[in-house]
Design a protein around this ligand. Sequence first.
Ligand SMILES: [Fe+2]
Length: 252
Amino acid sequence: MKNNITSRKNFLKTSALLGLGTLALGIEAKDLAEPKHLAKPSDNKPTNGKFELAPLPYAYNALEPFIDAQTMEIHHSKHHQAYVNKLNEAIATDSSLNTKSLEELLLNLSKVPENVRGAVRNHGGGHWNHTFFWKSMKLGTQMGPKFSTLATSSFGDIDKFKANFEKLAMGIFGSGWAWVVLQDKQLKIMTSANQDNPLMDAGKEPNRVPKILLGLDVWEHAYYLKHKNKRADYVSSFWNVVNWDEIEALLK
Ligand SMILES: [Fe+2]
């Protein structure tokens, strides 16, 4: 089996480097090239200087019985809302930030002024990750041919892909995310701590920005009400709610 797993250690090592950039005075326009595969920047731009929490694309109980309605409601209306609020507080302090799209900020994180970089990383990451997460889930879809072909060529077969994803998701110490990305024409599984994600400072290599296909929130707030301390049950049940239609659309 090809080893296509980017270990948490390596990813976190990369993430750690994000904080080592020199103090930046602002984001230069030339640094803001956005890969075409990302969402339209206008989708994630603040309105009058503020980001807004979009409604879920389905009802809170739409993912029952695999993810319960109470968890979804608290996760979206409390946790996600808090990331949006705190991100807005951070960008309100700098007029060079509150007109940028969320992708522009994250891709060039080390160029965000140091005094708000940590807040943009944590809360901007939280806003992007959860916005993506909600769209990643839907009941009743089936893995499509494009993803299936990629997973087989990258991991050997679908079962091995799933086993690798679950193993990496279970291996995250504390809070974080497991990701499936397309990079260099291969599927890769990545993990990140806290609200980091594979886009952060990826603008340094515009031709290698990973296309994020799937993300799994393994913070306890995502599963504790239903699964208590059993993260493995939550991770294995996640396959029932993956929105494979959305992934297939991302691969077009
Ligand atoms: Fe979360």
